[in-house]
Design a binder for this molecule. Structure first.
Ligand SMILES: [Zn+2]
Length: 363
């Protein structure tokens, strides 16, 4: 395996002499512990090598085939990814493929996509890419039976599921499709499955809107309660609570809230996936500067991702574009933050993986 990366580097070194401007994409071996080949930010990509938030399954309709999604990774330099199903699936007899186009139609969590992903993972070996399979079936407002379903997963696909989520605590966009926010009482009923996650050191990625443009902190207390009740779980907050419904909150206010959550909850990580964050915040100079400062300060608490949803209307170009857009902010990070976030160090540490991000080359 190591020979692979060395060959790549030697080949490029030859090219460097003759004026090579782009280094060949790295392979998994270059992320093995004690690998000494440094990462050259001038010539190697700024796009993240980790996609910690990607849905291999759509809400409904035809999916991009599993093998094709894997090709997207190999063509864009992504080496590590979570395999999410999706926390809301449309009924099998519905023609609808996007829940917002069909208010009134239920879009609820299900085991279907998790099983399809698990079956694909077994059938198609993943050479050269490290995939982490996730359980996306839990309905957080109806926690009864979650542990029993995990036991079913254990029986059918032992030890394969190493992540849970993205699951919806409150997702306002889904409220017209049968989704109900979990109540405080529901959150108290999570005890059993949260214990299983702790025992197995499995992180949980929770989508929990902070609020909306009318009431920016409308739902804040729900996440607060989760963190208060389950301080020892590895909790990842999807999109830092932002959404299409919450784009007008000031970056200062938002960062202040995130800061207080990080201070209070040492096991909390923030997921900065989804191009909606770029479009509404990171693409604006003033906001970007504030977030870059915040990410540098807490660079060991941030996880990158695309939030790509593999519905058949998407192609390699869609994935490539989304990855590039969500990665633009990486260019402004200092070396330590870049290594922690874009090169995967946080992800490896969170999952106790036998990988290590390369050091950044010093000039
Ligand atoms: Zn998502």
């Amino acid at each position: 395996m190591r020979r692979g990366i060395l060959t790549t580097i030697v080949a490029c070194t030859t090219l460097v002499v003759t004026g090579c401007s782009a280094v060949a994409t790295r392979d998994l071996a270059s992320y093995k512990q004690d690998n000494a080949i440094c990462y050259d930010r001038d010539t190697e990509p700024y796009t993240s090598v980790v996609d910690s938030h990607i849905h291999f399954r759509p809400f409904g309709g035809e999916a991009v085939p599993f093998e094709e999604v894997k090709q997207y990774f190999s063509k864009t330099g992504v080496l590590f990814a979570n395999v999410y199903g999706i926390g809301q699936i449309l009924p099998v007899d519905s023609d609808c493929t996007y829940y917002l186009n069909c208010p009134g139609t239920d879009a609820l969590p299900s085991i279907k996509n998790d099983f399809i992903n698990a079956a694909n993972l077994v059938e198609f070996k993943s050479q050269g890419i490290q995939l982490t399979l996730s359980m996306t079936f839990p309905d957080l407002a109806n926690p009864d039976g979650i542990v029993q379903t995990i036991e079913l997963y254990d029986k059918e696909y032992p030890k394969m599921f190493r992540w849970l989520g993205e699951v919806n605590l409150i997702k306002q966009a889904l409220l017209n499709n049968g989704h109900k926010a979990a109540t405080k009482e529901n959150i108290e009923q999570w005890t059993d499955f949260m214990r299983v996650l702790r025992e197995r050191k499995i992180p949980i990625n929770i989508h929990s809107d902070l609020g909306n443009d009318q009431e920016p902190t409308k739902y804040l207390e729900l996440m607060e309660y989760v963190l208060e009740l389950y301080p020892d779980n590895k909790i990842v907050w999807a999109h830092m609570g932002l959404s299409k419904e919450l784009t007008k909150i000031s970056a200062e206010d938002h960062i202040k809230i995130m800061q207080s959550f990080l201070d209070k909850s040492p096991n909390l990580m923030l997921d900065i996936s989804w191009r909606v964050l770029y479009d509404n915040f990171f693409s604006k100079a003033k906001e970007k500067a504030l977030y870059v400062t915040f990410f540098k300060k807490h660079s060991d608490r941030i996880l990158p991702g695309t939030d790509f949803v593999a519905s058949r209307d998407k192609t390699l170009k869609t994935y490539k574009d989304e990855l590039e857009v969500v990665s633009r902010i990486n260019q402004d990070l200092d070396d330590e933050a870049f290594r922690n976030i874009a090169l995967g160090e946080n992800y490896f540490r969170l999952l106790n993986m036998d990988y290590e991000a390369p050091q950044i080359c010093q000039k």
